[in-house]
Design a protein around this ligand. Structure first.
Ligand code: C2G
Length: 138
């Protein structure tokens, strides 16, 4: 069984997240997703709308995802790769090069990021509606 591993916050799940997971699964038979905990997101400088438990449950329900594990720190990737016998580590190419040190342990692949969609865009859109400022053409 070829195992694939990726990590992320996955707040306010959107099409870009979904496409990353769908394409990641094509690299193997079993996809593990490390979801950043609320505490780790604060270290990453991210304030989530949805708590870890909700984000993990939503990602776990995606047909391409086989297992969800908590991501508590920047430093757990090598241990996770060894523990879960991972063959391929995948991230969007906004992280290109950042995880090349993992090439010693498994294949490292950076997939093209889906343009024009992000959790920040979704938050801004929701806020603009709330404030009555329709600044994104629907
Ligand atoms: N992504 C994408 N296209 C987008 C937005 C995100 O392909 N339009 C990808 C990112 O490249 C990442 C995954 O979706 O591979 C999850 O994105 P985030 O939830 O923003 O995760 P991030 O904050 O980048 O956390 O240790 C790694 C970190 O936990 C990654």
């Amino acid at each position: 069984m070829k195992k694939v591993l990726t990590y992320g916050t996955y707040d306010l799940l959107h099409y870009g997240h979904f496409r990353l997971l769908k394409r990641a699964k094509e690299f193997g038979d079993y996809l593990i997703v490390g979801i950043s905990t609320d505490e780790f997101n604060l270290i990453k400088g991210k304030k989530c709308v949805q708590p870890f438990a909700h984000r993990a449950e939503i990602i776990k329900s995606i047909r391409y995802v086989d297992e969800v594990i908590p991501e508590n720190s920047w430093d757990q990737k090598i241990d996770d790769i060894i523990k879960h016998k991972v063959d391929v580590f995948i991230m969007g190419n906004d992280w290109k090069g950042k995880f090349d040190f993992l090439k010693e342990y498994c294949e490292v692949v950076y997939l093209e990021r889906t343009p024009e969609i992000s959790t920040t865009i979704l938050k801004d859109h929701i806020n603009s509606k709330k404030n009555g400022k329709e600044n994104i053409k629907t």
